[in-house]
Design a protein around this ligand. Sequence first.
Ligand SMILES: O=C(CO)[C@@H](O)[C@H](O)COP(=O)(O)O
Length: 219
Amino acid sequence: MAVQISPSILSADFARLADEAARVEGVADWLHVDVMDYHFVPNLTLGLPVVEALLKATSTPIDCHLMIDDPDRWAPGYAEAGAASVTIHAEAAKAAVRTLRTIRAAGARAGLALNPATAVDGYEDLLPEIDMLLVMTVEPGFGGQRFLDMVLPKVSRARSLIDKHGGQVWLQVDGGVSDETIERCAEAGADVFVAGNAVYGADDPAAAVRALRALAENA
Ligand SMILES: O=C(CO)[C@@H](O)[C@H](O)COP(=O)(O)O
């Protein structure tokens, strides 16, 4: 699968989201939108009304990462609104299969996210139900954290399981992805890379996306 880069707007200027989205349009494959609710993670960001506004403001497909307590209730709304990808957390979902199927039925790609401490083997049965597996490489909740090297064996294990099931599922990594860590993630088998600080902390976000892509492609 070709390398895909998904800049996280968590590190962008929330007062100028449309402009920030425009800075990576045509260069990034996705725009990663972190929805946090103060419950599943100790941070609060934005919800469906802001995602709806962003959908009108950018042509870049939106990759919604729901770090919320009740994804079974809220995830379908993001897919129905037009997010191209909606990811729910395995630790939060109580009816994961039903919710993932609802996301797909609404026309979005369905993703399943795993916190650093959550083993991937317990979720092998869900691979046919998803289009993307997100392996968190920091504890979810905040941008700008240090990449957790200890998660890399899980990325490799996820790659093996995905390949065993036909290799259709994309493997996303999120947290601390930068020019210093992206090659290790790519070598471990990731193909979709979320980057917040490494993109929006750069003077030229579009150039940062290009540089990250080149590093991952050459790893
Ligand atoms: O989901 C999250 C944080 O919980 C991320 O999407 C962050 O936005 C990544 O930011 P960086 O670690 O790349 O700065």
